[in-house]
Ligand binder design. Structure first.
Ligand SMILES: [Zn+2]
Length: 454
C-alpha cells in the first residue's frame, strides 16, 4: 500500500471525522469528567476491531490497540473541554449555555483526528499483514496538566516505542521543542487561634505565614531563570479579622523551560515556605499535585513530521469560511491581527493555509504547558499542528470555541489525521528512520519519573 492510499483512507473517513468533532463539541466535558467522550471513542474503536485496555484507577483513560509485534506506535488523543467557554458557532460572544464548558482548546478535534488516524493506520496494517502495532491513547485531564502524568504513573505507556501527537492551532507547522515544564503544589500552614485583641500573644497566625511566604517568593523571582513563571493564589479560610487564623494556604504553579528548572525552583519555594513557618511558629506542609515536562527535542522526528506535512493535503477554506474567520478576527485588536497574519504569512487572509517554515517553532514558541511533554521523555514523540482557527485567535477563547465547532476546525482535523497516518506509515515502513529517531532520543533522554503520587 502506498502512502497516497493511506491518505485516501483518511479522506474516506471524512464524514466520521466531522461527526466525531461535532458530537464532542456539542457535549463538552471538563477534565476528569470526560465519561461520554471517552466512551464514544472506546465504542468507535472497539467496533473497528481494536482491543480496549482500561485503567481502573483512571476512569476516562484507555488505550485501543490493533496488530501485534514491533514497532508499537502510539497516537495521542485528548477530549476535555474548558470551563466557562461555552459558545455558539457565531461571530459574536454568545454562550450555548451561560457558564457552561466549551471546546476552546479544540480537544474535540484533537481526539477525533487522532481516532481517525488510528483507524486508517489499522486498515493499512490489516492490508499489509506482518508485524506492527497501533495504539490510540485516550488521554483525559489534559487541561489539568495531569492526565498523561497519571497514565505514566500507572504504566499505561509501557511497551510503546514512539508517539505521534498534534494540537489544533492557527497554522500548519511542526514543533521540535515546545511546552513549558510545569508543576502545581499546595502549601498548608497551621497556627494557633486566639482572640485577636483579647489575647493576640497566644495566637500564631497561619495567614501571616502565607503572606511572608508570598513576599519571600516575590524576592526569589529575581534570582531564578528569567523564563520561569511563578503564579499563586491564597486561601485564608475565611476567618474574621478578630480571630487569629489558625489555618491558611497558598497554591503555586511553577513553570520553566525545563522540568529540571521547575524542580529546582520548587525546592527553593519550599525553603521560603519553611522560612515563613519558622518566623511565625506555625507548621507547614507541602503537597506536590503533579508536574509535567517540556517537549524533549527530537530533530530527526520533527524532520519526518515536516516531510509528512508537505505530503498531506493541508486544509483549504471556502469563501464562506474565510468570511466567518474574518468576522471572528474583527473582534481582536488590529495590531494582533497584523502580527499573526505576518507571522503565518497568510497573504492578507484571516486563515493560514500554508505550511509554516521548518524553523517557525523558534520564532513562534509554544509557551503553554501540556502533559504530552511527559510522553516525549518516555519515548520519542513528534508534535504537529494544523490550521483550525483564524491566525490571530488564541486557544482558550470564545473565538476558538466558535471555530472548533465550525467546518474550519473539522477541516484542520482531517488534515492532521492525514499527516499522522503518514508519519505512522513511514515509521512502519522505514526502520532506518526509526533508528535515527531512537538514536537521538537515547542521546538526549534523562531519567524520567512521573511527578505524581496517588
Ligand atoms: Zn489544548
Amino acid at each position: 500500500m502506498t502512502k497516497k492510499e493511506v491518505h485516501q483512507i483518511v479522506k474516506s473517513l471524512d464524514s466520521l471525522c466531522q461527526d466525531s468533532c461535532q458530537k464532542l463539541w456539542n457535549h463538552p466535558e471538563v477534565g476528569g469528567e470526560e465519561k461520554e467522550s471517552a466512551d464514544y471513542f472506546r465504542k468507535l474503536l472497539s467496533e473497528e476491531g481494536f482491543v480496549i485496555v482500561n485503567e481502573e484507577q483512571l476512569k476516562h483513560a484507555f488505550y485501543a490497540e490493533y496488530g501485534s509485534g514491533k514497532p508499537v506506535i502510539a497516537i495521542l488523543g485528548e477530549y476535555d473541554a474548558l470551563p466557562g467557554l461555552s459558545q455558539k458557532v457565531s461571530d459574536k460572544k454568545e454562550a450555548m449555555k451561560e457558564g457552561a464548558a466549551g471546546h476552546g482548546c479544540g480537544h474535540n478535534l484533537l481526539g477525533s483526528a487522532s481516532t481517525v488516524a488510528a483507524i486508517a493506520v489499522k486498515r493499512f496494517l490489516e492490508n499489509e499483514g506482518g508485524e506492527g502495532t497501533i495504539r490510540f491513547y485516550g488521554c483525559p485531564e489534559e487541561e489539568l496538566l495531569s492526565g498523561k502524568v497519571k497514565m505514566a504513573y500507572y504504566h499505561m505507556f509501557d511497551d510503546c516505542d514512539m508517539a505521534i501527537s498534534w494540537h489544533p492551532m492557527s497554522t500548519n507547522m511542526v514543533y521540535d521543542s515546545g511546552y513549558l515544564a510545569s508543576a502545581s503544589a499546595h502549601f498548608e500552614f497551621k497556627g494557633k487561634s486566639s482572640h485577636a485583641a483579647f489575647a493576640p500573644e497566644v495566637g500564631r497566625s497561619a495567614l501571616d505565614a502565607v503572606e511572608l511566604m508570598n513576599v519571600g517568593v516575590n524576592y526569589l523571582r529575581e534570582h531564578v531563570t528569567s523564563k520561569a513563571r511563578i503564579h499563586y493564589t491564597t486561601d485564608s479560610g475565611g476567618f474574621s479579622p478578630n480571630i487569629v487564623p489558625p489555618w491558611a494556604g497558598s497554591w503555586y504553579f511553577v513553570r520553566a523551560p525545563y522540568i529540571s528548572d521547575v524542580k529546582e525552583i520548587l525546592e527553593r519555594v519550599k525553603k521560603v515556605a519553611e522560612g515563613a513557618s519558622l518566623m511565625t511558629e506555625t507548621s507547614m506542609e507541602m503537597k506536590i499535585d503533579y508536574g509535567c515536562c517540556e517537549l524533549l527535542e527530537n530533530h530527526a522526528y520533527a524532520d519526518l513530521a515536516y516531510e509528512n506535512l508537505k505530503e498531506a493535503e493541508l486544509p483549504e477554506f471556502t469563501e464562506a469560511e474565510m468570511e466567518f474567520a474574518s468576522k471572528l478576527e474583527s473582534t481582536i485588536a488590529s495590531e494582533n491581527v497584523e502580527r499573526a497574519r505576518k507571522l503565518y504569512d497568510t497573504e492578507g487572509l484571516p486563515l493560514s493555509t500554508k505550511l509554516g517554515a521548518r524553523d517557525l517553532y523558534q520564532i513562534n514558541p509554544l509557551t503553554a504547558s501540556s502533559d504530552s511533554g511527559d510522553v516525549s521523555h518516555m519515548m520519542p514523540m513528534c508534535l504537529i499542528s494544523t490550521s483550525c482557527w483564524p491566525a490571530a485567535v488564541s486557544p482558550h477563547t470564545w473565538q476558538a470555541t466558535a471555530s472548533t465547532g465550525s467546518s474550519i476546525g473539522a477541516k484542520g482535523a482531517l488534515s492532521a489525521a492525514q499527516v499522522m497516518a503518514g508519519i505512522a506509515y513511514d515509521l512502519y515502513k522505514k526502520p532506518e528512520i526509526r533508528e535515527k529517531i531512537m538514536r537521538e532520543f537515547c542521546e538526549k533522554k534523562e531519567d524520567y519519573t512521573p511527578m505524581y503520587e496517588a
